[in-house]
Design a protein around this ligand. Structure first.
Ligand code: MRU
Length: 365
């Protein structure tokens, strides 16, 4: 997508073929900086520190991490050690496990001398496939925005989104944002309500940044505003992403998504979730009890950083000294609150039947 008029992916092979480069998302929106990952340790660190983040991109970063590991040492022992290192980086997004399983499956049967090349080829193909899936999600979700636009007498179609399920969370296009970009590019009058998404502010820092660079009209709102907007007819539909969706359609996503879904349900606002196939965990049904929810360092709640008027990046504390904090990073929205799942294979009800129809070969029997 566009950054200062140039076209970027979030992750790419360095020109010298020896490393991988990423957009360092911890520096946005104040600085656009890229970082070089030269080893599996670099890749693991980039995921842990959230230089790269978002379920699909975590998976692709891990895939490249395996390729970097094979470049260092293509032995079986290192294959397994690197898998173990990368799988431990973040617990909730299932794309991580999916990508690592794909890589291990592709590499393990090969002779060690061809593993490096094969691993980079495989990771590159997975990155390309991620873009293709997001593009298809965009085309499928576009039909919903077109339908909403056709129903509106005047004014833009107002879409509310939470966190960053934009191109920064994938290799390109995004999941929740792909239909938005396509609608905008098609000339549909569209406006996006961007939840700021405390505590890490992925909405205010990342979604707003990428929408702004593409020229999409948007407004950043505090996380508690959505319900009020919905009560006043100011949201036509919600579209969020997902970090893990169960076989029966429960959706795990950034903390606060569930509250938006409750408000949408109470106000008859359609609540859609956009996700690619690798985000579905076919081994789980009940998302609330079965999905591991990441709990992050309390410092993210206690402190906030931003740019001062004279251009310095500063961190300040927010919380009364000595007060304990909790930092749950994700929550689960039960399938009953989800109007539909927008996937690369089409839009389906959030149900076991709906998902089984789209992914017949993967669904549990
Ligand atoms: O903690 P993050 O920033 O990795 O969380 C990201 C989200 O919750 C996204 O909504 C989700 O990964 C979907 S990305 C297409």
């Amino acid at each position: 997508m566009k950054v200062n008029g140039g076209l970027y992916r979030t992750i790419w092979l360095a020109d010298d073929g020896q490393a991988v480069e990423i957009i360092d998302q911890t520096r946005l929106p104040h600085e656009f900086v890229t970082a070089r990952l030269s080893s599996v340790d670099d890749a693991a660190r980039a995921i842990v520190t959230m230089q790269t983040r978002g379920a699909p991109l975590i998976g692709i970063t891990a895939a490249y991490g395996m390729a970097l590991a094979m470049a260092q040492d293509p032995s079986d022992q290192n294959l397994e050690a690197s898998y173990a290192k990368l799988i431990d980086t973040r617990p909730t997004a299932i794309n991580l496990r999916w990508a690592l399983d794909q890589m291990r499956h592709a590499i393990a049967p090969l002779e060690t001398k061809v593993r490096r090349r094969a691993a980079f080829d495989r990771a590159g193909a997975m990155a390309d496939q991620d873009i293709d899936r997001c593009r298809r999600i965009g085309a499928n979700g576009l039909t919903l925005i077109e339908a909403a636009a056709a129903q509106k007498k005047d004014g833009p179609v107002n879409v509310l989104t939470h966190c960053n399920a934009g191109w920064l969370a994938t290799v390109d296009w995004g999941t929740a944002t792909a239909p938005i970009y396509m609608a905008f590019d098609k000339g549909i009058d569209i406006h996006v309500w961007v939840d700021e998404t405390r505590p890490r502010n992925q909405g205010a820092a990342l979604t707003a940044w990428e929408l702004g660079h593409h020229g999409v009209p948007h407004t950043v709102i505090a996380d508690n505003v959505g319900g009020h907007l919905m009560q006043h007819g100011l949201v036509d539909l919600c579209i969020t992403g997902s970090d893990r969706t169960t076989a029966r359609g429960d959706v795990c996503n950034k903390i606060g998504t569930y509250l938006k879904a409750l408000a949408a349900h109470d106000n008859n606002v359609p609540f859609y979730v956009a996700l690619p196939g690798p985000t579905i965990d076919w081994t789980l049904d009940d998302g609330v009890s079965e999905i591991p929810i990441e709990q992050r360092d309390g410092v993210e709640v206690r402190e906030i950083s931003g740019r001062t008027a004279d251009g310095r990046i500063e961190t300040i504390s927010l919380v009364a000294p000595g007060s304990p904090v909790a930092n749950y990073a994700f929550d689960v929205t039960p399938a009953r609150l989800v109007t539909g799942l927008i996937t690369e294979r089409g839009i389906c009800p959030a149900s076991a039947d709906g998902l089984r129809r789209l992914y017949p070969q993967q669904a549990k029997t």
